[in-house]
Design a protein around this ligand. Structure first.
Ligand code: ADP
Ligand code: MG
Length: 385
């Protein structure tokens, strides 16, 4: 597992000098609130212990060089020619942050470049947001190195712009917010419209619970297209209902939505409206009654994604059903859908038995063995050395 020390050593091996410092940012798991972030709504993720580290050292010229332990080849760019069309592959996540800083008003004039070494134990493309981890680690490092004094809120928007504008993924900013604002033992209750991100204690460990991630390893090719299609349905639904975004609707508006919208758009809208309500309720309930009381909300969220938003797949449904049949407090698919991971809130004493039960269910159904592991609500992005 990488660490600040091993990242420093890797930097020294690549660049033959010591880095100026090491910064890191975590991946995240979304506890509840799916496809609500781009609808100006509520989301409740938490940062996890898996992180991406960035060892960074200033250069004398205007070049940016980046090596990643996850990639065979390094990438290079000049501060004088940054633009989304110039970024290839994974380097867009790094150079895109610098480009986004400039887009949002940071002058690159007179600045010098950097050498960067990245290490990570966030699995890539598994729905734990390795993309936000890499963006946020780099953004925080450059904010310090260039002495920009940008707030974490501004860094959220910069990293989101990198992902939207440089990488080209039309995502909201849940991932970046969780990565930059996470706190140990806490979830981050995000209100996208109000631009707030409040820590809420989750007390999983205090209550003898663990949060299990079941990565189905299923990645449907239409995932990106499906995400875009859901986004358009939400925009269409809001327009037809005469509101700027679905955040402006409550459950009281659903009868009118059902009369106004076609059946499919209605179900998309219903998911977002009810999911916002479930997120708010989850944060209230976990604070008032503890995490054992949120199980039904997780289960209702899954049903809504399966039946109304239609972003679940057989593997995710099987993971959730098996977890619940084996005594989970609650379970749901998490992330954008069309594959990826499910989560299950379970007794800490049941981790082994639950893992075995889910593995057996997948084997019996003739499905690829899932990767199952525990995550803990952990600290957000920070300087480590
Ligand atoms: P997720 O965020 O769920 O892991 P994404 O598709 O959004 O999945 O982002 C994964 C991509 O981010 C990778 O394919 C790679 O291009 C880039 N990436 C993430 N972490 C790293 C890393 N440590 N080194 C290089 N590229 C990375
Ligand atoms: Mg991502």
């Amino acid at each position: 597992m990488p660490s600040p020390e091993s990242t420093t050593r890797a930097f020294e091996e690549r660049y033959g000098r010591r880095p100026d410092g090491v910064w890191s940012a975590p991946g995240r798991v979304n506890l509840i609130g799916e496809h609500t972030d781009y609808n100006d709504g509520l989301v409740f993720p938490f940062a996890i212990e898996r992180r991406t580290w960035a060892a960074v050292g200033r250069r004398d010229d205007r070049m940016l060089t980046v090596h990643s332990g996850a990639m065979p080849e390094p990438a290079q760019a000049s501060l004088d020619e940054l633009g989304p069309e110039r970024f290839e592959g994974w380097s867009a996540y790094v150079f895109g942050v610098v480009w986004a800083m400039e887009q949002r008003g940071v002058s690159l004039e007179g600045r010098t470049g950097f050498d960067i070494m990245l290490t990570s134990d966030v699995p890539l493309g598994a729905g734990l947001s390795s993309s936000a981890a890499i963006e946020c680690a780099v953004a925080l490092a450059l904010n310090d190195e260039w002495d920009l004094g940008l707030t974490r809120r501004e860094l959220i928007y910069i990293c989101q712009l990198a992902e939207n504008g440089a990488v080209g993924a039309p995502t909201g900013n849940m991932d970046q917010t969780a990565s930059l604002m996470g706190e140990e033992g806490h979830g981050v209750l995000i209100d996208v419209r109000a631009e707030t991100a409040d820590p809420v204690a989750l007390h999983f460990a205090d209550e003898g619970l663990e949060l299990l991630v079941i990565d189905t390893r299923v990645h449907h090719e239409h995932a990106t297209g499906g995400y875009g299609a859901r986004r358009r349905s939400c925009e269409d639904g809001a327009a037809a209902m005469g509101v700027p975004s679905l955040r402006d609707l409550t459950e009281d508006d659903l009868p009118r939505a059902q009369e106004t919208l076609d059946d499919e758009t209605f179900r998309r809208v219903k998911h977002v409206v009810t999911e916002n309500a479930r997120v708010a309720r989850t944060a209230e309930v976990v604070a008032a009654e503890g995490p054992r009381a949120i199980g039904d909300l997780l289960v209702a969220s899954h049903a809504s994604m399966r039946d109304d938003f239609e972003i679940s797949v057989a593997e995710l449904d099987l993971a959730v059903e098996t977890a619940l049949a084996n005594g989970a407090v609650g379970a749901r698919m998490t992330g954008g859908g069309f594959g990826g991971a499910a989560i299950a809130l379970i007794e800490a004493t049941a981790v082994e038995a639950m893992t075995a039960a889910i593995e057996a269910a997948f084997a019996e159904a003739g499905l690829t063995a899932p990767i199952i592991f525990v995550v803990n609500p952990s600290a957000g992005a920070r300087r480590d050395a």
